[in-house]
Design a protein around this ligand. Sequence first.
Ligand code: OGA
Ligand code: MN
Length: 212
Amino acid sequence: MHKTPITGLISDQQLETLAQQGFTLIDDFLPADLVGALREQALQLRSEGIMRKAGIGRNEDSRIISEVRGDSIYWLDDTGQSLEQTTFLTCMRTLQEQLNLYFFLGLFEFECHFAVYDPGAVYKKHLDQFRGQQERQITAVFYLNDAWRQQDGGALRLYLDDGDSQAYLDIPPLGGRLVLFQSGRFYHEVLPAARTRISLTGWFRTRPLDLR
Ligand code: OGA
Ligand code: MN
């Protein structure tokens, strides 16, 4: 059987696609056993009651409105709290360097959280850059679901045009799949699923502008 090496590197073709269309999919980004372990850790955090309902907006004015955003999240710390989380973060740092070499983006950190959506939970259409805060450059969603089927729903709906067109692409949250897209460019939403939907969602960031 083909064994995926654990590196975090993506192919030139995938980089090219990201450059051309602003988003790209990487299937089997990490091996299935690692995906499975991360999934179990997410579910464990959830069952221990350590996850928090996600808010909308940033920091102090963050509000919890479940009809708009229904997931529960847990932020990873810098080093990770398990071998698997550390491996994931190491891969994302490798990818960060690769993106910097290719795009000259000046990405300097990666922040990410586990996200668990109960059946029926959604995240309505939104942009990942908050108003007046553009540090989030590239969104990275890594799916941890086991044997996801089309009829389970829960697609990431990526709106393809920032103009009037309402064209979109529905991306099923298949375990091992990494989706990368330009955070400031694509509106997107999470459709309701029939099953619990699990991911690691993160953002490559640039340094905040110091306007003092
Ligand atoms: C988010 C988000 C997409 C997904 O957390 O901001 O849009 O597919 N997630 O989970
Ligand atoms: Mn988002």
